[in-house]
Design a protein around this ligand. Structure first.
Ligand code: SAH
Length: 487
């Protein structure tokens, strides 16, 4: 470690920035956020610095540099494009022992500006010690995705309650357990969901419970009041793990137990917390009614015993995902829950195959339709699906391709209407087959595609040939040949 990470208090401290261009402005912005009183010294300045100077804390000196300007400054930054001048500032500061940073010149820096993840009051600084600033920035980007925006508010709330917690929980271990529970459970989830008032109430309630327990039985060391867990119904997306949301990933990583469906890919499942129990609750088409009640009960029992339960579902939980039915059961049992949206199969199938669901020339509306009803009977509502300017997406439709295409044509949709079957959308095994309503059945019989698969019916389907991304997702032989021709 050839520099030491310190967090420097700059509130109301005098800081000099020599230079008036973009480089100086970037540093000025950062230092201004830390509350410094900045003096900008430059013969002329950019428009952006003008804006910064509207804050009366800051001063502009329109002049050439002179040694006297560094007098009394806490730190000095030289960011001019005049190398000799930068060296001069550096030498003058060294003589007076004032920490100095010459921008982008590591040998002339007493301190460096880290890449910053700002969740004030939580602040993370990342440095590569001037060796690879881009790598430091990429590290920052990774951390940004992992740390919820609500962290700052959570830390502020903890700060406000710190003294009260200290007075009510006398031992260090007790307080540590208290805060761990708050930061990994209901309090933090409420804060991350933007419900700060409820988060504060939950924290106060947790404190009261712990306090009462401690005073009613001082022999029992910090026993945790019996807590009830929560259920997170999480959309796992269509298969490609990169299509998970940050929120889904965070909850998956703190789950005690995960109940997952057949549609959840193994790559996605691998991203769950290593120690979590992972329970497969995939349903067969024939016995889902019974299985669904069983799944509901499993979730209720696990949450009642204090576990954080993640119910991981393919795609989006509220699009043919029975998410609604599951939360009805949770509600009836008084279990707290959250629902996290996921990318539904239609979104992935369309984007990963170059078939826009709407296009001003071809489709002004789009419908998501199930091939099957709850009773297990086929869906036969074709009369509503004949608008030539509407895209129709069939979920769970491949098994009844013949019935669906015939139903559409009988109801009046043109036999020439384009249709695409997208199998295993977003996965490395994705395949696409396009045809028209009248010839898709024969084409598919000659070369059946594996499930899960989605049907896209409508003029937009013909855009696949034009707009498909000829990348790794193409395994269909016609298209492979096309892709090779294009290389
Ligand atoms: N909740 C899910 C849908 C569940 S219903 C979602 O929002 O995507 C199951 C049906 O979804 C399957 O029969 C299939 O039609 C479709 N499906 C799910 N994942 C798919 C994928 N990766 N590729 C193609 N179709 C998929």
């Amino acid at each position: 470690m050839n520099t030491f990470p310190l967090f420097f208090k700059l509130t109301n401290q005098p800081v000099l920035i020599v230079g008036g261009g973009e480089v100086a402005q970037r540093k000025a912005d950062l230092l201004s956020r830390a509350g410094a009183c900045i003096t900008i010294l430059a013969p002329q300045i950019s428009q952006e610095i003008h804006q910064l100077l509207s804050d009366e804390r800051h001063t502009l000196i329109t002049a050439h540099y002179d040694k006297k300007h560094i007098d009394g400054k806490r730190i000095v930054i030289a960011g001019t494009d005049d190398e000799a001048l930068n060296h001069q500032v550096h030498a003058d500061c060294k003589a007076l022992n004032i920490p100095v940073n010459v921008v982008d010149t590591p040998p002339l820096c007493d301190f460096i500006f880290p890449a910053i993840v700002d969740r004030n009051p939580i602040v993370i600084g990342i440095s590569s010690n001037g060796k690879a600033p881009v790598l430091a920035r990429l590290t920052r980007a990774r951390l940004e995705t992992l740390i919820p925006q609500g962290y700052g508010k959570l830390a502020k709330l903890a700060g406000d309650m710190r003294d009260e917690v200290k007075s009510k929980i006398p031992t260090l271990t007790g307080r540590r357990q208290f805060w761990e529970k708050a930061f990994e459970g209901k309090v933090s989830e409420l804060m991350f969901a933007g419900r700060s008032v409820e988060a504060e109430q939950a924290l106060k309630q947790q404190l009261e419970q712990t306090h009462q327990q401690l005073s009613s039985n001082s022999d029992v060391k910090q026993a945790d009041p019996k807590s009830v867990g929560e259920v997170y119904i999480v959309g796992a997306g269509p298969g490609d793990p990169e299509l998970l949301t940050f929120k889904a990933l965070r909850l998956m990583q703190q789950a005690d137990i995960v109940y997952y469906d057949a549609l959840v890919s193994s790559e996605v499942l691998d991203l769950c917390r290593r120690d979590a129990d992972k329970v497969f609750v995939g349903k067969k088409r024939s016995n889902h009614a019974v299985a669904q009640q069983g799944i509901n009960q499993l979730m209720i029992d696990a949450a009642s015993s204090g576990k954080r339960v993640v119910r991981l579902k393919g795609g989006d939980p509220f699009v043919f995902g029975r998410g609604g039915e599951e939360i009805q059961a949770l509600r009836a049992a008084g279990i707290a829950y959250q629902v996290v949206p996921g990318i539904t199969a239609a979104g992935a199938a369309s984007c990963y195959t170059g078939i826009p669901l709407t296009h001003r020339d071809y489709a002004q509306s789009v419908r998501f339709v199930t091939g099957f009803l709850k009773s297990g009977e086929p869906n036969t509502g074709f009369a509503a699906l004949t608008n030539p300017n509407e895209t129709v997406i069939f979920y769970m439709g491949l098994h009844s391709l013949e019935r669906l295409t015939k139903g559409l044509m009988d109801a009046g949709r043109s036999p020439q209407t384009p249709i695409a079957i997208i199998s295993q959308a977003s996965m490395p095994t994705q395949q696409v087959m396009t045809a028209t309503l009248q010839d898709i059945v024969a084409k598919h019989e000659a070369n059946p595609l594996p499930t899960p698969a989605l049907l896209i019916v409508g003029e937009v389907a013909k855009l696949h040939d034009e707009l498909a991304w000829y990348g790794e997702h193409i395994v269909n032989t016609d298209q492979q040949a096309h892709a090779l021709n294009m290389l």
